[in-house]
Design a protein around this ligand. Sequence first.
Ligand code: M6R
Length: 608
Amino acid sequence: MCGIVGYTGVQGASPILLEGLKKLEYRGYDSAGIAVINDGVINIAKVTGRIANLCEKTNDGADYPGVTGIGHTRWATHGAPTDTNAHPHLSNDGRFAIVHNGIIENYLSLHDELTSKGYHFESETDTEVIVHLLEMYYKGDIKKAIIKTIARLQGSYALGVLCVDEPGKLYVAREASPLILGVGVGENFFASDVTALVSYTRNAIYLDDGEIAEITPDAINVFDCAMQTISKKITRIVWDIQSAEKGGYDHFMLKEIMEQPRAFKATIAPRIKDNEIVLDETDLSERYLKSINKIVITACGSAYYAGCAAKYTIEKLCRVPVICELASELRYSDPLIDNHTLLIVLSQSGETADTIAAMKECKSRGAKTIAIVNVVGSTIAKLADHALYTWAGPEIAVATTKGYTTQLAVLYLFALYMSKKLGRIEEERYLQLLSSLKSLPKKIQDTIDTNSKIHKIAIKYYDNRSMFFIGRNSDYAVALEGALKMKEISYIHAESYAAGELKHGTIALIEEHRPVVALCYNESVMEKTLSNIVEVKARGAEVLALTYKGNSQIVSQANDVIFVPKSETLFSAVLEIVPLQLLAYYVAKLNGCDIDKPKNLAKSVTVE
Ligand code: M6R
């Protein structure tokens, strides 16, 4: 999705903007641009394609001098990815340049109004209406022009504004799109994502919806639409530069897979004290937990699949119904939610537009909301009644790995915590499960250590255009995420299916040498899954089975077997998914795919 950066200080702005944009590349984009003020003129460079093209065009920024500027990576929504549609956009009089993340929903009517008043549009974007509104409302006071402009906008925006009349200043405004100000010494910054800031400063101000900021090299003044000054807290960014870099790995995805033992441990360890689970960030009293009659989990993509996997654990331990709903569906479903519903929202980025909308919908119906989020200070974290952070560190690869496993970590903690509060677990079993939970980082590491075997298996399977992932019960939930990993980075059609459903249709697609990845961890359905393996093998499938160490009955049935450590089935999803992440990674690599930035995808999906 789009990314924005801004700089004002004493150094050349262009190289800093280009560096910032490189840090945002992981979010996914198709064109980019910068605008810098120099000698009373705004100079703009825009390109289609990679930031490398922009560096070439600007001579690494040297051909665009000036100490104040803005930059943008665009992920096309309105209008094709072209140089003209790329941001920044310039007003007809050349006075203003802007960059924008988000979507202006009423842009068509604004476009018609502005055209009838004589404003000329260069691009097909929704964004361009903003810069013409600024020109229209500007009567010598930029703040007033910005306030009047944003009052006309419906939708979402993180907006960066340059004006030739105030050459050392940046203005920004935020509504439903992330915007962070970086506080430096004699220089200040803004960005849509802290990763673009950490090389320059660790001091950040998180803007809230409805806030506007005036930024000079020495001061940041935040105010609202009534021009009332707002006092903001400076927050220390704890993510370091190294964690936002590849650290010797070929891809961020591989690095992030390898980080999972540490990330899982960092997420659970501070919340287990003297064999008690402490969820200080929430106020989930026994009384409240007894008052709820269902839990609704909502999210998108992998985060939704993490919810699907945790449903089995929560229901088994707590005996409370858990309904998993895709956020993009839930929000339009007139959901049956009230103040007896606990809503759990999962999101790595904390900025996914559909998840935010579903959350708002459920909140308005009275649900208490807990957000399990990785990005501190993100919109979802702020909107929730309580945020439980996954301490995974920055996740850069578009395909989530440690984001998914750390979401499961928090959900497992939550399930155990709630079952104890509800009195639905014996102390002995509770301690047994807690100990099993604590042993998972080591077991994830043992699974990662089978890396070279998975690479060999990938060599056998990578040259296929279609694959199936099957499993039952909790194994099925993992199959969903395993197939998503495969398709999003390798572009191989990968279909996940509940193994028992195969014979109701999908088995028609099984043919000679069709790879079927069969998840066989859950003993309660083992025999049934084995029968399904036999069925697909009888139709010529090549079966790659995944099971726990010591389960030898699979060996005679499958063509290949991946063994992962034995653990409680309630927690097995985090072990089962790791080899599937690695399999997808190696298959994509062997197919020469752009692993960290798969085509058409973005890291943070801030459009609905
Ligand atoms: O940031 P979020 O967790 O809210 O993102 C949700 C999905 O967009 C995300 O999980 C997506 O499916 C990933 N590409 C999966 O790897």
